[in-house]
Design a protein around this ligand. Structure first.
Ligand SMILES: [Zn+2]
Length: 263
C-alpha cells in the first residue's frame, strides 16, 4: 500500500514528467476511481489547463490545475503513476489517462481498484474536512511529542492514525518502531521524553531514507526490518526469529528481544 514515501516518490515523478503541458484529453477507463465528479465533468474542467505544481499531504497528492482547481489523487492499495511517451502502450490496469499537447500521457494505474481521483477547490479545506493530522514528514518535534505523548493506546496505533499524524502505514510504522527499539504495543503515554525524541528521529530517518531510495525495496538497507519481515524472518540485529501480533488492527512484525514492551 503506497505510504508517504511512495506518494512522495509519485509526486517527484509527476513534477519531473507532467507539469506545464496543456491537457488535451482525459480518458476514463474505469469510473470507480472518480469521487464526486463524472468523467465528463473531469474532462470539461481540466481540458485546456496545465498541471502547474503539486503538493503532498500524508498519502494524498494534490495537483494544481488553476485557481481553485486541484486534482486530488489517492493511491489506495496498489495505485501508481506512469508517464507514457508517444506510442507507448498504457498498462492494462490504467484507470484514467491524461493526454497532453506534446502527445505524452500520464496514466493513473490501479490494479486493485482502491484508488481515488477527485477535483477540489481548496486543499486546506479538504484536509480540515477529513480531519487529517500534520504530515509525518513535516511535523516538528514539539508537535510530535504533543500528539504521541498524550494518548494511552498502543504507540503503533498512533503512528497509523491519519487523524493524528498523516502518511505512515503498516510497513513503515513497523520499521520506525524497530529502529526506535520500541515494541508496537507499548502505551504511548508511558513514553519518556527521551523515548519520544528517539521515536521522532526514527520516523524522520525511515521516511527520508525510503524517499531517497525511491522506495525500491531491493535497495533498502539489509539492517532494516522491512527486508526481513514475514514468516521465517530473522531480526537483522540479533538474529532471533521475528514475531507478529495484531496491534492497532494490523499485523505487526517486530523483534521481541530488541523491542521492549515497556520502557
Ligand atoms: Zn532483535
Amino acid at each position: 500500500m503506497p505510504e508517504l514515501p511512495e506518494v512522495e516518490t509519485f509526486k517527484r515523478y509527476l513534477d519531473s514528467t507532467s507539469l506545464h503541458q496543456r491537457i488535451t484529453g482525459i480518458e476514463v477507463r474505469d469510473a470507480y476511481v472518480l469521487k464526486r465528479v463524472s468523467a465528463r465533468e473531469l474532462a470539461r474542467r481540466l481540458k485546456g489547463r496545465r498541471f502547474e505544481n503539486s503538493h503532498r499531504h500524508g498519502k494524498h497528492l494534490f495537483v494544481r490545475a488553476g485557481d481553485e482547481l486541484w486534482l486530488r489523487l489517492h493511491f489506495g492499495m496498489t495505485g501508481s503513476l506512469e508517464h507514457l511517451n508517444h506510442g507507448e502502450v498504457a498498462p492494462k490496469t490504467a484507470r484514467v489517462i491524461f493526454r497532453f499537447a506534446n502527445n505524452c500521457r500520464l496514466a493513473f494505474d490501479d490494479q486493485r481498484k482502491f484508488g481515488e481521483i477527485e477535483l477540489i477547490e481548496d486543499v486546506d479545506k479538504f484536509l480540515q474536512t477529513r480531519g487529517l493530522g500534520p504530515d509525518a514528514f513535516e511535523i516538528s518535534l514539539s508537535q510530535f511529542k504533543a500528539i504521541v505523548g498524550k494518548h494511552r493506546c498502543a504507540v503503533k496505533a498512533i503512528l497509523l492514525n491519519q487523524q493524528l499524524i498523516a502518511g505512515i502505514g503498516n510497513l513503515y510504522a513497523d520499521e520506525i518502531l524497530f529502529r526506535a527499539f520500541m515494541h508496537p504495543a507499548v502505551a504511548a503515554a508511558s513514553l519518556s521524553d527521551k523515548d519520544l525524541r528517539r521515536l521522532f528521529r526514527a520516523t524522520r530517518y525511515v521516511l527520508e531514507k525510503a524517499i531517497a531510495l525511491k522506495t525500491d525495496f531491493n535497495r533498502l538497507p539489509k539492517s532494516w526490518l522491512l527486508t526481513h519481515r514475514g514468516k521465517r524472518g530473522r531480526c537483522p540485529r540479533c538474529g532471533r526469529a521475528l514475531k507478529s501480533a495484531m496491534v492497532g488492527g494490523r499485523t505487526s512484525w517486530f523483534c521481541a528481544h530488541c523491542q521492549k514492551p515497556a520502557a
